[in-house]
Design a protein. Structure first.
Length: 82
């Protein structure tokens, strides 16, 4: 839907004053700018996912692997703490 709307604007199917009125009525002026920027940067209205979302991990990969291995070998260690 977003891509269709932007293509209508780019191909002058939607008059410029209509675009401004619609964007003001629905409050999507900034969204239209964001969609266009995303297409220019990423080739899609939806930007790629950021893999660095969320909190930083406390344990690194090796520590996590070692902990899981330890718990698989001796599950009673985890059960004792419950």
């Amino acid at each position: 839907m977003k891509e269709l709307f932007l293509s209508l604007i780019d191909n002058n199917v939607v008059p410029e004053d209509f675009e401004l009125n619609i964007s003001e009525i629905f409050g999507v002026h900034h969204a239209i700018q964001r969609w266009q920027r995303n297409i220019d940067l990423y080739g899609s209205v939806i930007p790629p996912k950021n893999s660095l979302q969320g909190r930083p991990r406390i344990l690194n990969g090796n520590q996590t692997h070692d902990l899981i291995t330890l718990l698989e070998e001796a599950p009673e260690m985890y059960l004792e703490s419950l």
